[in-house]
Design a protein around this ligand. Structure first.
Ligand code: NAP
Length: 449
């Protein structure tokens, strides 16, 4: 393939489109970019679908988006430096937007700030079936299928960017007696509308973001009560009346849930908010990340370049546990596109140097004490990605919003979304909004009014 580069991006979600955006900005004539996207639209899990399990083509349903999802983090922590929320909406808006407001914002940047029509790079309804690295030719063979025609084809690429997301393959633990539970049992990936649990006593299993949000959503939309069950540690929020925490399930007997502390509760439905498993079945073994969720999973230089195969020509995006999300994906997209096109000022390091640096970060992550340390790891990771790329220096300073957000949640889990934050790029202070718990209108028009 000579000095020409041919880059395959797998997935056109917030990660893949960030990479596309930056390749388009660089517009290197020697670099061709193709993006394979399984669905017929971009921005991945930020699209809502009624479907669960499998989609219209029999493929694993990608997203776990639900009808009334509002951001659980302040938008000031995930803003694009070159296209702020002010730029998109033309005025200050509140800090915790509903899903449609965020999707609209991301799309606005892709359409308005790109040099060309990014959609021309994307092959829609095309699912990647297999990726292998060819030692001899130092390139990759990507096998993909056009879902609408069933045609399978192969293409060669010099580089591969894996951006297919990490919240698509639900982790489903089982519990003694769960098969005989007479009510409905679902994973949060299949949770579509809290209103379906109105009047019910709900058991929520898990103790992180989905557990916290699904519990609150259920109460907001009229559930009778929620009991949450934790494995490692309780969330310990000052819950509103109706929500309480219990330890792990011991066994389930009909509608009665027995917990390991000897307590029990009768419930009508069970929602497993037990997270996801990294899932890259289309990658050959030595290219496949195998890890549990972490802000710095092992095996990646700059959290992006795969060190265990693919001759430093394969990249992962957005596989970190997330605080900064869009900002982090954007900083990653910029670093990867600059690395591939050879437009970083410093020369790539040797693989040994890269591994040494990666180990420093993995060690640091292993020593974190709490969520505040994790926030700092991610902020410093963004700063590290920005070395040489010129990514906005204020990006890591948005860490202050996340530290404050954690405190707000501890103070009042029901009202943390009513707080206002300041943009580190525009300096704008977010607008005030009706209390989240009382607001049932999540349309864009209502939110930005
Ligand atoms: P997660 O952060 O991976 O949390 C998984 C939870 O499941 C943990 O508490 C874990 O407990 C528990 N768990 C796993 N296996 C278990 C088992 N066998 N028994 C009992 N508990 C078990 O996943 P998540 O909460 O679904 O969050 C995923 C992502 O979705 C996050 O990035 C989050 O921000 C996002 N999200 C966003 C919103 C929103 O914007 N409104 C709402 C929901 C989710 P351990 O701690 O013991 O491992």
């Amino acid at each position: 393939m000579g000095s020409k580069r041919k880059v395959c991006i797998i997935g056109a979600g917030p990660c893949g489109t960030s990479a596309l955006f930056h390749f388009d900005q660089i517009s290197d004539p020697s670099t061709e970019v193709v993006c394979y996207e399984k669905s017929d639209t971009w921005l991945g899990l930020w699209n809502f679908t009624w479907m669960t399990g499998t989609d219209e083509f029999g493929e694993l349903c990608h997203g776990g988006m639900y009808r009334h999802l509002w951001s659980n983090g302040p938008k000031e922590g995930l803003e694009y430096p070159d296209y702020t929320f002010d730029d998109h909406y033309g005025k200050a808006i509140p800090s915790f937007p509903p899903r449609r407001v965020l999707r609209d914002y991301m799309e606005g940047r892709l359409v308005k700030k790109s040099k060309s029509d990014l959609k021309r790079f994307i092959k829609w309804n095309t699912v990647v079936r297999y990726v292998t690295y060819n030692q001899k030719s130092d390139d990759f063979t990507v096998t993909a299928e056009e879902l609408k025609t069933g045609r399978t084809f192969e293409n060669k690429f010099t580089h591969v960017i894996v951006a297919s997301g990490i919240f698509n393959n639900p982790n489903k633990p089982t519990f003694d007696g769960i098969e005989t539970f007479p009510g409905r049992t679902i994973h949060s990936h299949d949770f579509r509308d809290a209103a379906q649990f109105k009047g019910q006593r709900v058991l929520v299993v898990g103790a992180r973001y989905s557990a916290e949000d699904v519990s609150l959503q259920c109460m907001k939309f009229g559930a009778k009560s929620v009991v949450t069950s934790y494995r490692s540690k309780p969330m310990n929020f000052k819950w509103p009346s109706g929500i309480e925490e219990r330890p792990l399930i011991k066994k389930i007997d009909g509608k009665i849930i027995h917990f390991i502390d000897g307590s029990s509760a009768e419930v009508d439905s069970v929602i497993l908010c037990t997270g996801y498993r990294y899932c890259f079945p289309y990658l050959e073994d030595n290219l496949r990340l195998k890890s549990t969720l972490s802000v710095y999973p092992a095996g990646l230089y700059k959290g992006s370049l795969w060190l265990n195969g693919g001759n430093r020509k394969m990249f992962y995006m957005g596989i970190q546990d997330q605080y900064f999300s869009y900002t982090m994906f954007d900083a990653q997209g910029l670093w990867i596109s600059r690395f591939i096109t050879g437009t970083l000022p410093s020369e790539p390091k040797s693989i040994e140097e890269m591994k040494k640096e990666e180990q420093k970060w993995v060690q640091r992550r292993q020593n974190v004490k709490d969520c505040h340390d994790d926030i700092d790891v991610q902020a410093d990771f963004i700063a590290d990605l920005s070395i040489g790329t010129g990514y906005h220096p204020n990006a890591p300073t948005a860490r202050a919003a996340f530290h404050k957000w954690e405190q707000d949640k501890d103070e009042n889990i029901v009202t943390y979304r009513d707080q206002q934050f300041k943009s580190v790029y525009s300096g704008t202070i977010a607008a005030k909004h009706k209390p989240w718990f009382e607001d049932f209108d999540d349309s864009i028009a209502s939110f930005i009014k």
